[in-house]
Each structure stands twice: as structure tokens, then as C-alpha cells.
Design a protein around this ligand. Structure first.
Ligand SMILES: [Zn+2]
Length: 468
């Protein structure tokens, strides 16, 4: 068996020897993993085999991670079209260990469109995931004294969040509670309602609430309405969706109003293909890559694919260096991110960090001829959460939905108390005009509107009905 199948510690919790030593150690580990990865791909991963053949390349052409640019980039659409082509063919890899070739988990990406796409983990990948999540959980400051409530739903197809909030707390020795919310399934009454989850949080004095950003906020709002005691909660792990500063402040204020002395809101960045979130050691301190030796990241100019300097935003590409099940090489995930290699000034760790809020590059859209960045618009609207808006959604549609030539409409749907509608209507319009120069239509919902957040997975806060 290759020495590389042993768990390696490059990139694990703080190393001695300073940033340069860390980087050299990380790089050596990545290079070694890449050589092993490419030789396995050439043997037992159908898509990679085809690409290598077409490009006239062999595994020997990949000595260091700099050689990765010899491969063409691939897109999320390529992967979604035929996920089986990116999966290990165990019949061609008989010499792999039992752990490396045995299927353990299937996680589905929750793309905004199309069918959920399977991402296959063998036992090797499951162990990698546990190792990654242990580190991500420690970076967020969760330990044996914590009681973590996993608020990811038990969903119709398995998603990563549930696994992250299960393995992470288990791996660091925290006490783990699972809400098991989600849509009821006939014959097996295993799902809990949100109010039952709140009972559990209160009774077990959960210190960490971990779930999809909009759902965790919904739980907090509901507990507040019910007058519950969530005073033990000290940390919100807001995942799967952005959580701008104003939304963090809103959740913090509500939890503190319910008795918490101090609350941190941690917003991770991740996706199924990254096996777990990059987490913050402190609010807005940058999202630490928990297991950087398992990936090679490129951050490039979206037109030329030339690398952009540290700290500048560019298109994110990454390559799996140490996976067995689904393996993606030079994968264009579709997000624009900025990264730094500087030692973290807050916690002293050396792993690279993502800075700022990543956003979808394909998310930019034209409304009434004006280019709109949904991430920035939603971020600005989040400022109204402290002004009385309980939840909000932006819908882009047409004046006559059946007439593709009719004018675009930008509609903000806002849930709030009836008495606040006239004031908030003006404030919402002002915020949208400031961000986009477009005058919105405003649709008010009752204060407890947006019931879909309670049962669904990710809340679609920006909906473009012209294309969806
Ligand atoms: Zn840090």
C-alpha cells in the first residue's frame, strides 16, 4: 500500500517553524498527493482517462501542482451532465485497499437548477471528511464543553450540511443533538417539527446552533415569539448561504434578548465538492480552509485564466488531490473569491483563508438593462432586518409573465408587521434604488410569511422568474 494512504498532518492544527515552513510542508504533501491522484485517475476514473488520452498526457506529466494547468478546466455543468464519469471504477482499481474502494456515502449537490447530482465518497473519503470537519469545527472554536444542535434537515436526498454538523461535533468530542426536521415521510414518523427542535435546544441547553443560515434564523425568530430560553446559545454556525454583517447582528441581538450573554455568528464557505465548509475563527476574520492539503486551488481571471494575486477576487477552480470516489480536476465551481496565504492575525493559524463574501459569477443579471449583482442587493437589504423586516426575497419577473418582450420587474417580497408597512416600503425602495438604480415593486407578507423556509433546504432568496 502506498505511504500516501496514511493520514498525514500537513495543514493540520498549528505547526511550528513559521509560515514558510508550513507552506513548504503543505506543498510537498500536495505534490505527493497529486502524483498518486493522477496515476489513479489514469487507471480508474473514466473522464480523466479520456482527457489524458485526448491531451496526450500521462501521469508522469504531473510532478507538482503547477502541472495541473496542463489539464483543461471543467465546469459544474460538465459534472452535472454525467456524474458517473467522474466516479471511481472499482473494477479498474483492484489493488486499492478496502477503504479506498468501498462506497460509504452519497452526498447530493443542491444546485439551484436541475436534478441533484451525486457526489460519491468511499470509506477513504469519509475518513477525509471526518478529518476535515474536525479541523473546521476546532477552527470555529467548538470543543468538548459544547452541546451542538444540528439543525440541518433530514432531507429527501442527503446533503452535505447534515454530515458536516454530525461528524464535526463528534470528532471534537462535543455533545451532539440532531433536530431531524424536514418534510414528514409516510410510515416512518422520524421527523421533528421546528417547535420540538426548539424544546430540545432549550432543555439540553445547546451552546451551538448549526444549520442553513435562513433556517437557523427562522428557529431563533420562532423561539423569540414563543418566549423560549435559548440563553445557553453562544455560537451560531450559519452555513450554506451568505450571512452578511447585518444578519449576524440581527441573530445576535435576538439571542441576547433571550438571555445569551455573548453570541458569535460564524458564516462558513463551502460546497459539496469541497467536502465541508471553510470556517471562521472570528466574525469576518476570513474563512480558514480546514484541510488545504486535500485540494489545489487556483484563483484566476475569468477571461484569461491567469492567476490573480492574493487578496484579489477571481474565479475559483480547484482540483481534488486525495479523493477516491468522485474526483474533479480543475473544476470551475462558478464562484468568485479572494484568498490570502498570510498567517491569520486572529488565531495564528497558517492555512490559506477565503476573504470577503464569495458570489456566483454567473449570478450577475440584467434587469431593465441594468447589471444587478444579487449578492450585493441581498446584502444591502439585510440591513432592514434590524428595522422590522423579518424575512425578505427578491423576485425578478416580467410585467406580463407570458410576454417575453414586456418590461422587467424587480419585486421585493417582505414579511413584516402590518403597522410597519408604509415606513418599510419607503426604506426598501430606497435601499434597492441605492444599490441598483431600479425602483422596485413591493409585496408585503404577514410577519410569519415565507413558510417554505421551515420545510425546505436552502431558501431561494433571489428568484429570477425569467429564467427559472
Ligand atoms: Zn484565524
Amino acid at each position: 500500500m502506498s505511504a500516501l494512504t496514511k493520514p498525514e498532518q500537513a495543514g493540520a492544527d498549528p505547526v511550528t517553524g513559521g509560515a514558510a515552513a508550513y507552506r513548504a510542508q503543505l506543498r510537498n504533501r500536495q505534490d505527493a498527493y497529486l502524483r498518486r491522484m493522477m496515476s489513479l485517475c489514469a487507471q480508474a476514473h473514466p473522464h480523466a482517462r479520456q482527457v489524458l488520452r485526448q491531451q496526450g498526457l500521462s501521469p508522469d506529466d504531473f510532478r507538482t501542482v503547477d502541472d495541473i494547468t496542463k489539464l483543461p478546466p471543467m465546469t459544474k455543468q460538465d459534472y452535472m451532465r454525467d456524474p458517473e464519469r467522474y466516479r471511481l471504477d472499482p473494477n479498474r482499481a483492484a489493488e486499492l485497499s478496502l477503504e479506498e474502494r468501498t462506497l460509504a456515502d452519497i452526498v447530493y449537490t443542491s444546485g439551484s437548477s436541475g436534478e441533484p447530482t451525486p457526489f460519491y465518497d468511499t470509506v477513504h473519503d469519509r475518513y477525509a471528511r471526518i478529518d476535515l470537519m474536525a479541523r473546521a469545527t476546532r477552527i470555529a472554536g467548538i470543543g468538548p464543553d459544547d452541546t451542538v444542535m444540528n439543525l440541518f434537515p433530514l432531507s429527501a436526498v442527503p446533503h452535505q450540511g447534515f454530515l458536516s454538523a454530525t461528524w464535526g461535533p463528534m470528532a471534537v468530542g462535543a455533545k451532539l443533538l440532531s433536530a431531524l426536521t424536514g418534510r414528514a415521510y409516510r410510515g416512518f414518523p422520524v421527523h421533528r417539527r421546528m417547535d420540538e427542535a426548539i424544546d430540545l435546544i432549550e432543555r439540553e441547553r445547546a451552546t451551538v446552533l448549526w444549520g442553513i443560515t435562513s433556517y437557523v434564523r427562522r428557529v431563533i425568530l420562532r423561539a423569540e415569539t414563543l418566549g423560549r430560553d435559548l440563553s445557553a446559545a453562544r455560537l451560531v454556525m450559519a452555513m450554506g448561504e451568505p450571512c452578511p454583517t447585518a444578519m449576524r447582528d440581527d441573530m445576535r441581538a435576538r439571542l441576547m434578548a433571550m438571555g445569551s450573554p455573548q453570541v458569535t455568528v460564524n458564516n462558513g464557505y463551502g460546497m459539496t465538492e469541497l467536502m465541508g465548509p471553510a470556517t471562521e475563527c472570528r466574525e469576518n476574520g476570513g474563512a480558514h480552509l480546514p484541510a488545504p492539503e486535500q485540494f489545489h486551488f487556483e484563483i484566476v481571471d475569468p477571461d484569461t485564466y491567469a492567476p490573480v494575486p492574493d487578496g484579489e477576487r477571481g474565479l475559483l477552480l480547484f482540483t481534488h488531490l486525495n479523493r477516491r470516489g468522485t474526483v474533479l480536476l480543475r473544476y470551475v465551481a462558478g464562484d468568485a473569491v479572494a484568498r490570502t496565504h498570510e498567517q491569520c492575525p486572529h488565531c495564528g493559524r497558517y492555512e490559506p483563508r477565503f476573504l470577503g463574501s464569495p458570489f456566483r459569477v454567473d449570478g450577475l443579471t440584467k434587469v431593465k438593462g441594468t447589471l444587478v449583482n444579487p449578492a450585493l442587493l441581498l446584502e444591502r437589504l439585510s440591513g432592514l432586518l434590524s428595522r422590522g423586516v423579518r424575512e425578505y426575497q427578491v423576485v425578478i419577473t416580467r410585467e406580463s409573465p407570458d410576454d417575453p418582450l414586456s418590461a422587467d420587474v424587480l419585486r421585493v417580497r417582505a414579511a413584516c408587521a402590518e403597522s410597519q408597512r408604509s415606513r418599510l416600503g419607503q426604506e426598501i425602495a430606497a435601499a434597492v434604488v441605492a444599490e441598483t438604480e431600479i425602483r422596485p415593486e413591493i409585496e408585503f407578507l404577514p410577519a410569519d410569511g415565507f413558510g417554505e423556509i421551515a420545510g425546505g433546504y436552502k431558501f431561494k432568496r433571489f428568484v429570477d422568474e425569467r429564467t427559472d
